[in-house]
Design a protein around this ligand. Structure first.
Ligand code: FSX
Ligand code: SF4
Ligand code: F3S
Length: 374
């Protein structure tokens, strides 16, 4: 990238070249793009083609917007100015009442077929949708009206993606996700309560850079962010594999940072990149399991806000994490530490790591803290 462009960025954004390139590299890394993609991302941002964004709020807590406000590379004001053109957002808008609604309508008319519609919150469908209204219109009407001329629809947060917390039984308002209402165009789901702001920003930056949305899975989620279960990348995974579990909040195992499976952690059945991408840049980055709380599966339909927090997860895959060493058979030594770890993973997920591995490898029996023992 030329010095002129980088100088222009420095002047316009008040961002150092280093911070700007770090942001582009972080976006490229989040999406798992090959080397060199950060330059394309930088060029797309510099080109000033900011996609207009209309952002609606329905049944939710505004945590998704709060999460966005905690994005620090660069801060939200820079993102609004340089990555997207936020033309309507009830929380961040200076305008209110009729003025705000008029601004939404004129932004939609001026950018017909070009704007990105972001929906935060579930849609009320019961009794004609009367349990959620903005400016006198139901969320049901508003989402249909705003999606009609949108180039792309992004459902941010679990509420918009599949109903989330407002749809918990008995779901008194008939809350549903956007994709249950909008059927004539793809809806990108970015679940999480709240989701990582980087998963949202990366999706928008992908659209801006390549003119298409990122690859989605069968639930409409970007594969780059929801392709793996949390359990595969959790820092407590070695404890799971070794059969070391916190049995109660505050017990010795909990204090020592052992695996939270027995406290109801849903990491083994939840798809999200929380352990790799973390939250709260300002505080140095953390995530639920990192702070000692089991993952509640907030991003996963049928798990978060559905399965009780104390209920045990049903592990989805019996595969070892990629970070484990390869199996290496060294002459005369039989099974090496590397292969022992791998066997521990395979055995551990099936029935209880510590005991099974001890039996398989003919070693002494470790403390019985396996999953099977309650
Ligand atoms: Fe809240 Fe967003 Fe949860 Fe929902 O996040 S953080 S209730 S997913 O829509 O504001
Ligand atoms: Fe981490 Fe939860 Fe898996 Fe334990 S069960 S390794 S705490 S994701
Ligand atoms: Fe939610 Fe679990 Fe991530 S609770 S934020 S999916 S660690």
């Amino acid at each position: 990238m030329s010095d002129d462009i980088l100088n222009a960025i420095e002047t316009r954004l008040g961002l150092s070249r280093r911070s700007f390139m770090q942001f582009c590299a972080a976006m490229a890394a989040t999406m798992g793009l090959p080397a060199g993609a950060e330059a394309e991302i930088a060029n797309a941002i510099v080109s000033g083609k900011r996609p207009p964004v209309i952002w609606l709020h329905f049944l939710e807590c505004t945590g998704c917007t709060e999460s966005m406000l905690r994005a620090e590379h660069p801060a939200l004001d820079k993102l609004i100015l340089e990555v997207i053109s936020l033309d309507y957002h009830e929380t961040l808008f200076a305008a209110s009442g009729h003025q705000a609604e008029a601004a939404r309508k004129s932004a939609m008319a001026a950018n017909k077929g070009k704007y990105v519609l972001v929906v935060e919150g579930a849609i009320s469908t019961k009794d004609g949708g009367i349990y959620c209204k903005v400016g006198g219109q139901t969320s049901l009407d508003l989402v249909k009206e705003c999606a009609a001329d949108a180039a792309a629809v992004i459902a941010i947060g679990s509420c918009a993606a599949w109903g989330g917390m407002p749809s918990s039984a008995p779901n008194p308002t008939g809350a549903v996700g956007v994709a249950e209402i909008i059927k004539d165009k793809p809806v990108v789901n970015i679940p999480g309560c709240p989701p990582s702001p980087y998963n949202f920003l990366s999706t928008v930056v992908h659209y801006l850079t390549f003119g298409v949305l990122p690859d989605l899975d069968d639930k409409g989620r970007p594969k780059f962010a929801y392709g793996r279960i949390i359990h595969e990348n959790c820092e407590r995974r070695p404890h799971f594999d070794a059969g070391r579990f916190a049995q109660e909040f505050g017990d010795e195992g909990h204090r020592k940072g052992y695996c939270l499976y027995k406290l109801g952690c849903k990491g083994p059945e939840t798809f999200a990149n929380c352990p790799s991408i973390l939250f709260n840049d300002v505080g140095g980055g953390s995530w639920p399991v990192g702070t000692g709380h089991p993952c509640i599966g907030c991003s996963e339909k049928g798990i978060g806000f559905t399965k009780p927090i104390h209920a045990l997860a049903d592990p989805l895959y019996i595969t070892p994490p990629e970070s484990y060493p390869r199996i290496v058979e060294e002459q005369g030594q039989g099974v090496t530490l590397g292969s022992a770890a791998t066997v521990a993973v395979i055995g551990g997920l099936a029935v209880g790591a510590g005991l099974r591995v001890a039996r398989n490898l003919g070693k002494s029996k470790p403390e019985d803290t396996s999953i099977g023992k309650e």
